[in-house]
Design a protein around this ligand. Sequence first.
Ligand SMILES: Nc1ncnc2c1ncn2[C@@H]1O[C@H](COP(=O)(O)OP(=O)(O)O)[C@@H](O)[C@H]1O
Ligand SMILES: [Mg+2]
Length: 256
Amino acid sequence: MNELFLSNQNEVEVFERCFRSRIPLMIKGPTGCGKSQLVLHMASKLGLKVYSVACNEDTNAADLLGRYIIKGGETVWKDGPITQAVREGAILYLDEVAEAREDVVVAIHPLTDHRREIYLDKLSEVVKAHSNFMFVASYNPGYQRGIKQLKNSTKQRFVTIHMSYLEPDLEHILLCELTNVPKDISKKIVSIANRIRKMEEYQLSETVSTRLLVRASQLIVDGMDPRDACHISIAEPLSEDRQIVGALKDLINLAI
Ligand SMILES: Nc1ncnc2c1ncn2[C@@H]1O[C@H](COP(=O)(O)OP(=O)(O)O)[C@@H](O)[C@H]1O
Ligand SMILES: [Mg+2]
């Protein structure tokens, strides 16, 4: 796995400080700006394992804390990912925590304050976190959601870093490092991305993520025509409106 992480600001330093001071960390930022990549990078740097949990409506507290399962005709307790991370001293990464069910939010609260513990009601056991345990969560504040928003009382439990897309020079370096795309093409791709990011008239609910640019570069390195690669990696994923997709393709055709 590639744990390369490039940074606009002090994310790496803040992450390390939070780890040392046992402070839970929230990473907020748009889709594909490197939130998960930062966590993988830091896990490798700090020598910790990561338990990643994608929060959604179907995941309840028992899924994450643990439950009794039937194994070889016997009923045995199996720790869920939160409990495993807490016991072993790993990074617990709750991705898209705004999507988490209320029972999950309640279960994690005692992990995010001075207690650093969880309560397993089925076992009547309080599990104190290992000293290397670190709690990291992420959410995307710009995402157009229905009713779900992260509560202020939950937000205030975390030190928070705001990530944005890399500065053009860094994003260009990243594409070249990750995919070996020729430098002149990488520059053009980054410039297309930044033009689209600045455009408000298309009212895109999500803008061009670094992830999309990595995909376009990969296809070009595989031999695909750069325009076609950008059409399918950048223009199509961004909108369902054919006119807008057409305008994005025109912009791409002029730039590459
Ligand atoms: N700052 C960054 N440093 C390194 N890679 C990045 C960065 N931002 C984005 N990427 C690349 O884009 C992909 C998507 O990033 P990811 O961390 O999964 O985004 P997020 O979790 O914010 O949605 C990653 O797999 C990585 O290849
Ligand atoms: Mg992610």
